[in-house]
Each structure stands twice: as C-alpha cells, then as structure tokens.
Design a protein around this ligand. Sequence first.
Ligand SMILES: *[C@@H]1O[C@H](CO)[C@@H](O)[C@H](O)[C@H]1NC(C)=O
Ligand SMILES: *[C@@H]1O[C@H](CO)[C@@H](O)[C@H](O)[C@H]1NC(C)=O
Ligand SMILES: *[C@@H]1O[C@H](CO)[C@@H](O)[C@H](O)[C@H]1NC(C)=O
Ligand SMILES: *[C@@H]1O[C@H](CO)[C@@H](O)[C@H](O)[C@H]1NC(C)=O
Ligand SMILES: *[C@@H]1O[C@H](CO)[C@@H](O)[C@H](O)[C@H]1NC(C)=O
Ligand SMILES: *[C@@H]1O[C@H](CO)[C@@H](O)[C@H](O)[C@H]1NC(C)=O
Length: 557
Amino acid sequence: MKFNFAFLASSALLGLVTSVGALPKVTRTGRYLYQDDGTRFYIKGIAYQTQGLIVSGPDNPLNQPSTFVDNLADAAACTRDLPNLQKLGANAIRAYSVDSSQNHDSCMNALSGAGIYVILDLTLPLNGSIDTTQPSWGTNILDQYIKTINVFSKYDNVLAFNVGNEVLTNGATNAAPFIKAAARDIRAYLTSISSSALIGYADIDGASGFRDGVAEYLSCDPSGGNTDSTSIDLFGLNSYSWCGNAPASTYDILNAEFQNYNVVAYFSEFGSENCNPGTRPWTETDVMFVSPMTDVWSGGIAFSYFPAQSTNHEFGMATPSSDNTTVTTNADFDNLVAQYGKVSFVNSPTQASASASSFGACPSEGTSLEAAATLPPTPNKSACDCVASRLSCVFTPSTSDYTDVMGVLTGVVCGLLPNVTGNCDDISANGTTGTYGIVAMCDPTIKLSYAFSQFYDLSGRKATSCDFSGNATLKVSATDTPASAVSACITSPSAVFAPSAPANASPASGSGSGSGSDSGSSGKTGGAVPLIGERNALVGMLAMMSCVLGGMLWTLA
Ligand SMILES: *[C@@H]1O[C@H](CO)[C@@H](O)[C@H](O)[C@H]1NC(C)=O
Ligand SMILES: *[C@@H]1O[C@H](CO)[C@@H](O)[C@H](O)[C@H]1NC(C)=O
Ligand SMILES: *[C@@H]1O[C@H](CO)[C@@H](O)[C@H](O)[C@H]1NC(C)=O
Ligand SMILES: *[C@@H]1O[C@H](CO)[C@@H](O)[C@H](O)[C@H]1NC(C)=O
Ligand SMILES: *[C@@H]1O[C@H](CO)[C@@H](O)[C@H](O)[C@H]1NC(C)=O
Ligand SMILES: *[C@@H]1O[C@H](CO)[C@@H](O)[C@H](O)[C@H]1NC(C)=O
C-alpha cells in the first residue's frame, strides 16, 4: 500500500511537471525545424556561457580556456539573467560546457517556463573533446557525453546536443570520421532512451572548400543506404562574415553554398566585432529571418551574453557585478533587443510540403577534406576493461591531473617500441586512411598501459622494462601478452552498436524536444611527442575563442 501510494503520488507529480508549461517538441523534417503543431521553428538565440580561464603560453597558441563555469547550475544567476533573455525575445540559448554532477533543475525549468530551448555542447575543455590533431573516439569521451545526456534528457527544452565545436579546422579535417562516429553513437544512444533531442555540430568558418566539405561529410551516409544513422541533424556555422551595416548580399555566397543542403543549417554563433566594436547594429537579423535566407537557414545564436574577449575585441553584452547579484547590459544588447524585436517568423514551407532529406554518398577525400568514409567502431567499455585487466605493465599516475604526463609518456613509449620491433599501431587511429588500431577506442590510460605492456613484453618481460620513471607498475600475476589480451577480450573489433550508460551515470529519461524524421594517442612510431595533443583539445569556450579568431581572420582576408 505504502509503495502504491508513493508510486501514485510521484506519477501525479510527474504528470503535473510535464503538463504545466511543457514546451512544444521541435523536430526536424528534411532540412527544417517544426514544432509539433506544424509551425516552422527558427533559432533566435544567444550564447550563454562565462568565458573560462585562459592561460596564454607557447603550448596554448589558440588561447584556449582550460576551465569552465557551469552557468546552467547557477540558479541565482539564471534568475538574474532571465528577464534579459526575455527582453531579447530569445527562444534559445547555447551553452558550451556543463558539469554533469551538478543539479540543473532550477535554470532548466526557468528557461523552459520562459519558452527558451537549450542547445548544449557535450564537450569540456582540454581532454573533454575529440582532439583536432590527435583525434580518437573512445570510451572516455563517449561516457562523458552520455553522463551529460542522462542529466539533461529529462528536460523538455533541450533542443540539441552538440557532439563538437570547432574541432575541424581549415587544414586539419582528419578528425571528421571521429565526429561522425560520435554523431552515430549518440544518435543510437538517444534512440535507446527514447530521447528525441537533435544532434548538432558547430563548425568554424573558413574557406568554402573546407566549409562545404565538412558540412557535406557530417550529413552523408557512407553505407550508401540513404539513412541518417551517421548524420547530424543540425549543422551550425560560427559565422562572422557580416560586419556592421553590411549589405544583404554579404550572405549570397553562403546561401548559394547551402542551397541544397540536406539537414538543418543555422548560425551557431554570429556577431562580428570588426566594424563597430562594442556597438554592433545586428542588422544581419533583417536578412537572416526573411527569404531567401529562411529557405536555407533556421536562425542563429548571437555571440555572446557574457563577456568574451579575443585580441582587441569584447563580444559580451551583459556584465555581472563583482558580487554577481546584478548585471549591466550595454548598447550592443539594446541593439540586439531592437533587432530581435522586429523579427517575425516566416511559416514556410509548411511541414507537409517540406521534402524528406536524402543522405548521399560521402564527399571524396582531397586537400580540404582529409576524412575517410570508414568510421571508427563504437567504443566498447567492457572489452577495454577486459583488456586492461589482463595487461602486465600498468600506467599508475601519481597525480589526478595526468593528461600532460600521459602525453609525454605516450611519446616516450612510442619512440622506444621500434627498438624492440614493436609499434604503436594498435593504440593509434588515423581518420585520413580510415585505419583504427584495435584498442584505439579505449580510454587513453588503457592505451598507455597497453603500449607499456608491449614494451615490457617485447623486451623479454624484465622488471626493469616496466618502469617509465616510476609511472608504471608491474603486475606479476598477469601472463597475457597484449595480443593475447586483445584476442581474449575484443571479439568484434569493428562493431557498431547502441552504447549503454556507464555504471556511474544518472538514470536516463527520454524526452528532449527534437527528433530527426524522414525517414590517446597516436604516437605513431619515431619518437613522436604526440599526446601533447590531448591537451590541445578544442572545446567549449576555448574552441570558441579560436573560432572567433578564425572567423575574424577569414573576414579580414
Ligand atoms: C561570480 O560568478 C562567476 C561565474 O559563475 C564566478 O566565477 C565567480 O566566482 C562569482 N563571484 C562571486 C563573488 O561569487
Ligand atoms: C563488447 O565487448 C564485450 C567483451 O568482449 C563483448 O562480450 C560484447 O559482445 C561486446 N559488445 C558488442 C556490442 O560488440
Ligand atoms: C581528462 O583527464 C583527467 C585527468 O587529467 C581525467 O580525470 C578525466 O577523466 C579525463 N577526461 C576524459 C574525457 O578523458
Ligand atoms: C632506440 O633506437 C634508436 C634508433 O635505432 C636509438 O637512437 C636509441 O638510442 C634507441 N633507444 C634505446 C633506449 O635503446
Ligand atoms: C595518417 O596516415 C597518413 C598516410 O599514411 C599520414 O600522412 C598521416 O600523417 C597520418 N595521420 C596521423 C594523425 O597519424
Ligand atoms: C612520470 O612521467 C613524467 C613525465 O615524463 C615525469 O615528469 C615524472 O617524473 C614521472 N614519474 C612520476 C612518479 O610521476
């Protein structure tokens, strides 16, 4: 009885929570977004993320932040800022990093109550994103993404989860297969928990060959089966090409390029500071929300609510007081209020007349797109844990912040392995050739232990070969070679499947608001010093700044 009573009470509560003020579900039909009553949906939003700490230095050439603030866990700040978001008439915010161990109920419910959707990047600074130059798609980032999804899938106002922000850059596109694998596995996961949230990627602007190649690749179907299974739903362009009171023709090139795009396109950031620093007129919204742009784009995210600096530029529109109790907005903000206030959404085409997307063959590789159509497998945590349990020489970090040490040590061991007829192929992944080492999907710590164990094994299993300046520990009871550990544990190396949540994740609850419809290391041989790369991970605000910078350079070019 007691159980039943509790059960009824909690269902009644749930009923209440979901029926009061539930936001309309937003889904993708072909290349457009629609609410469940069939009205076309446009993103009229603003970036909402405090800039992280930037430690400049030679190993941080792009001035990437190394920390983040979880703004969606700061109930008081959300209460403080909500009136401003409402004044803007914003229907969406974009957040770049959240801490899945925090409680987000207050902010998320307040935003939902105000009709504001959230586009949420799943990435974190430093090693919490797929790396630009040393990419892999492993259990560590997959688990991080799933933990965040499980915390946010219960809210009715999550429009989309972004699987990356500015990971691919002009000249470094070999991480694209890993982004696509992330989209594939996150899609399968969202389906498995009955979440209808959309999947996005936010791209740095650049030369058209780069931009088009990335856009086309992320929404192609390498299987030739015309399915969305490895595609994103939302292609975001961080676009800074409009400057001051530019002419409408500024967007002609972009409009032409995306004219036949197959999924939703929008501006995941916009608002160049180059022409009117501090007092942007935001006149691009006069053309962004009318035809012909509405045939191609579904709105955008103005950058940025909070102060965000790049060299000589300040993109912020609202500055919190030193005690955070109040916030002061600037002229830029007022201009955006006026411009967003003029927007009325064009309800065309109708949902019934929107054609289904077709998912074509992937673009061929070339200098502007170094991405094979062969994707890495779904990371299999139980297989990786099984391998780890059988390795003889195990990485034992002496500090909890071991990312840098791991980079150095991977370089060291991959430099040593050739001396004993070994190599780092098993832990390496190469998106250009589409070759993925058998344990490349594992956590970087396991990959390092694997390489240590290879060296120990090939050196004749002498205890002195398992040291690495005190970073390795010998497990004398382990008798497997790395190869026999792999063959005992990894039965189908190329398997693609719906991943499950890690043991320590919150329980998932599907909802979200959108849904598609229609249907470590790679230190190669040769003493590379590779894993410094892990540290380079572009993410969140970090990447954002580089994107901003990139956008500007491109604009000025
Ligand atoms: C104000 O908020 C920022 C961002 O959340 C935080 O880093 C800072 O410590 C806060 N300051 C005070 C005095 O609470
Ligand atoms: C993952 O690896 C485990 C351990 O080898 C195996 O039992 C399981 O079948 C694999 N899962 C998939 C979906 O391939
Ligand atoms: C990043 O590195 C830290 C240790 O430096 C580790 O605790 C964390 O799990 C890593 N995150 C990912 C996604 O690998
Ligand atoms: C490994 O081999 C390289 C090249 O053959 C050599 O220069 C280096 O000294 C060797 N290192 C060790 C530790 O044996
Ligand atoms: C991938 O392989 C190609 C061709 O062998 C090579 O040029 C490239 O440097 C490799 N990339 C990485 C990240 O190892
Ligand atoms: C581990 O490796 C790092 C990087 O090479 C080195 O600085 C450190 O002294 C090593 N030993 C320990 C116990 O951390």
